[in-house]
Design a binder for this molecule. Structure first.
Ligand SMILES: *Cc1c(COP(=O)(O)O)cnc(C)c1O
Length: 433
């Protein structure tokens, strides 16, 4: 489910009207639903209950402290990709012993910090990295828990920029190399070979690639476990979501499209994978990002201008690609709806931001209700890979963020003051007068 729905003509997040939030906090504004975050986490957690398991929320999808605090409160661990993310998770109240640290480029300082923080495992992407972690662990007189990321060479059949599980990309170590790597790693000092990790891609809307990868990798995990005494196998993240959810009451949940077509539900995911994983007798880690945060957030924006050219009807809004880069970056679809429901015919519209780039658009030739200057729109499914990818291009402030719980709304990131954008800059020493 997700908690964005119309009450009368007004789009609400839980018990709060989004128009009143836009009026109170300004736009562009990210709004997150705490109940939706909790619901998504609980659904997956319940589905995986037959296994000893740990959900490590992939915080690169949304790392707002309030979002992390919500999930930490439910017992979630965190999948982190930098020492900054580990620090952020701890600042939000996360238990470091439930955090894993992934990524192909960990620096010595980051490795040292992760060991000092006492994280559950470092997920390793190359043999050079294993050697470096071993060396840092020796220097610190600590044992480093590690898992190697296997690339199962299974095509996730998703967008080229978010597929990771084939030999065409930089992630993991080839399936055929893994046993040799573990044999060599076992000879390196101060490493504990704690498990094996994989992640085949993002926004997977069918369970089949997961099934294929798990079927292929489970026998490998079993052999390695017998040799090295593992604690866990991580099957990564990547559960896809519906970007075109139905908003009418009584209609679909977050996993059902506006056309009523079902994609990957946690039940289906678990039904397929639990029987394959159970015989391992290991703790199973999951690293969902988008599944938990994606449909728990929207980006609210205000219509600034309408502009007609010979061919096009442009709706120019106050949000831009610096706030939400996914359409420009991945050609992503975000459903766009008015905060106040409109009657009347739909108009084929291009929704664009004010940035000086042709890539700064949210939709092209989209049938939308007729809107006017000052109307508000919501870009749905913006909770994952939205504000975290925000930037200051065109010296635009980072958007404000609000968390809603029932009738309560709280600012959880204040709108960046424009002077703060250049606060760490200065003129060169010889330019000072
Ligand atoms: C990005 C990433 C995830 C999360 O992916 P989602 O599609 O958001 O679930 C999980 N694990 C790893 C290693 C990742 O890089």
């Amino acid at each position: 489910m997700h908690s964005f729905h119309y009450v009368g003509r007004q789009l609400h997040c839980e018990g709060c009207s989004l128009e009143s939030l836009a009026a109170q906090f300004g736009t562009p504004l990210y709004v997150y639903s705490q109940s939706t975050l909790e619901d998504h986490f609980a659904k997956l957690d319940r589905a995986m209950a037959p296994l000893d398991h740990l959900i490590c929320f992939a915080m690169k999808s949304n790392s707002n402290l309030a979002v992390l605090r919500t999930l930490a409160g439910l017992g979630s661990g965190f999948d982190t990709v930098s020492s900054g993310e580990i620090r952020r998770a701890i600042a939000a109240g996360a238990d470091a012993s439930k955090c894993v640290f992934a990524g192909v480029g960990k620096t010595r300082d980051e490795i040292a910090y992760a060991l000092e923080a006492g994280i559950y495992c470092l997920n390793v992407e190359s043999e050079a990295e294993l050697k470096r972690i071993s060396a840092v662990a020796v220097e610190r007189g600590q044992i480093a828990p590690v898992a190697v990321r296997v690339n199962p060479n299974v095509d996730a059949k998703t967008h080229a920029k978010i597929t990771t599980g084939t030999y065409e990309n930089k992630f993991g170590i080839a399936f055929e190399e893994i046993e040799k790597i573990y044999a060599r790693a076992a000879k390196l000092p101060n490493l504990r070979l704690r498990g094996l990790q994989m992640h085949i891609g993002s926004q997977l809307t069918s369970v089949e690639p997961f099934r294929k990868a798990v079927e292929k990798v489970v026998p490998l995990v079993d052999r390695l476990n017998r040799k090295h005494g593992f604690d866990f196998f991580s099957i990564g993240g990547g559960i896809g979501i519906v970007y075109k959810p139905a908003l009418e009451s009584g209609a679909a949940g977050w996993w059902e499209t506006a056309e009523g077509r079902k994609v990957l539900t946690p039940q289906r995911f678990a039904e397929t994978l639990v029987p394959l994983l159970k015989p391992l007798g290991l703790k199973i880690l999951l690293e969902p990002g988008r599944y938990i945060s994606g449909n728990a957030g929207v980006l609210v924006t205000r219509v600034e201008y309408l502009k007609k050219t010979g061919k096009k009807h442009f709706v120019i809004v106050d949000a831009a690609m610096n706030d939400l880069i996914r359409p420009a970056f991945y050609d992503s679809y975000h459903e766009i709806v008015p905060l106040t429901k409109k009657a009347g015919a739909l108009v084929s519209s291009d929704v664009v931001g004010p940035i000086c780039e042709s890539g700064d658009y949210f939709a092209k030739d989209r049938p939308l209700p007729k809107v006017g200057e000052g109307d508000y729109l919501a870009l749905l499914s913006a909770g994952a890979y939205g504000s975290v990818m925000g930037g200051n291009y065109n010296t635009r402030s980072l958007a404000a963020e609000v968390l809603v719980k029932g009738d309560n709304a709280s600012i959880v990131r204040k709108r960046q003051a424009v002077e703060d954008i250049w606060r760490d800059e200065s003129v060169a020493t010889w330019q000072k007068s």
